[in-house]
Design a protein around this ligand. Structure first.
Ligand code: NAD
Length: 325
């Protein structure tokens, strides 16, 4: 099977490429080709037994969606997006990338579907930001979509489009509401959630980390490896099992900042914890107050999606990947 990854140079996209190439499979079949697109030129991997196209492409540009599906990939992972903080700061950019480019992609697939019967499987990455307050303590699978940010609104609209195009048989579609990814490697990005990773990643690298919110803040997490596991599992899943529920909240680990810090202490000791500097930031606190804390994800769990075992496991995974164990 040929796979297309949109947003292939991103944090999750890069890991997904590595896993698909290492496993040599996608959607339960041998991997026969890869198309990797991103505004930042993705790195072309070695070892794919078939054509690899890794190119810079701005999916908001006219004709970009048609060009993206030129190789008629059987599986499309749509990860390209402007993240939460940036979509809030730049209204036009957020709507252009997160909504308009998604619709253009779906329209390009529709044209090819109508012309030649092309019917790929689309795995769309949505977010917990489709939900907004007030929240119950544990949010059920069918909680109302009531986004409190532009990013969440754009993802919710993406979910709706996905459901409608899939209902019409234009493509097989599944939306995954990813938990906040932690520990996010590399430099901090513009996501307001960045500190959740920063307070683990920076101390483990011997650097100071800023904590802008109280220790009592609770949130829903998955490791980068778990996120890639959700994507590869979605690509394999028989979508008839979804019924009318096209987008699913992915299982995660619910943890407070205090629990994160204790997991860091167990892994790296008091010296690492001492590198966390509390510097309350009201703007970040206000955003975080609108975020959910915990979910009942029975629908996804029943379909075989699996979370990390604990927050300690999330920390251990980051240490194994970036600090040689
Ligand atoms: N990381 C998280 O905590 C998290 C949580 C929930 C959902 N998600 C979603 O998962 C997906 C992947 O997230 P990530 O953490 O890897 O984000 P990321 O920012 O690292 O990757 C997104 C990629 O999209 C690319 N992109 C942006 N605009 C583009 C355009 N116009 N054309 C082509 N490419 C463009 C970026 O260059 C980037 O490489 C995103 O859709 C994100 O909204 C992530």
């Amino acid at each position: 099977m040929h796979a297309l990854i949109l947003g292939a140079a991103g944090m999750i996209g890069r890991r997904l490429v590595d896993v698909l190439v290492a496993e040599g499979r996608v959607g339960g079949q041998p991997l026969t080709g890869l198309t990797l697109l991103d505004v930042v030129t993705p790195t072309a991997p070695e070892g794919v037994p078939g054509p690899v196209r890794a190119e810079a492409a701005d999916l908001t540009a006219p004709g970009a969606a048609e060009a993206a599906i030129r190789d008629r990939p059987e599986v499309i992972f749509h990860l390209a997006a402007v993240v939460s903080g940036e979509a809030e700061a730049n209204f036009d950019l957020g709507y252009r990338v997160n909504l308009d480019a998604t619709r253009s992609l779906f329209e390009a697939i529709r044209a090819a579907h109508e012309a030649e019967g092309y019917t790929p499987k689309v795995v769309f990455t949505s977010s917990l930001a489709v939900f907004g307050p007030p929240f119950p303590a544990v949010i059920p699978d069918d909680h109302i979509l009531r986004p409190a940010t532009s990013y969440g609104t754009q993802k919710a609209m993406g979910e709706m489009l996905l459901a409608d195009y899939a209902r019409r048989g234009i493509f097989g579609g599944i939306g995954l509401r990813l938990p906040t990814i932690c520990v996010r490697p590399g430099k901090p990005n513009k996501a307001a959630s960045g500190f959740f990773s920063g307070i683990i990643r920076e101390p483990l690298a011997g650097q100071e980390a800023i904590l802008p919110v109280p220790d009592t803040v609770r949130h829903w997490f998955a490791s980068p490896a778990a996120a890639v596991g959700f994507l590869t599992h979605a690509a394999e899943l028989d979508l008839a099992r979804l019924g009318t529920r096209r987008s699913l909240t992915m299982p995660g680990v619910s943890a407070t900042v205090a629990e994160e810090i204790e997991a860091l202490r167990r892994a790296a000791g008091d010296k690492a914890v001492a590198l966390i500097r509390r510097q309350p930031d009201e703007a970040v606190q206000r955003i975080v107050e609108t975020w959910p804390e915990s979910f009942d994800t029975a629908a996804a769990t029943d379909l075989g999606f699996r979370a990390d075992a604990s927050f300690d496991a999330i920390v251990a995974q980051h240490i194994a990947a970036f600090h040689g164990g």
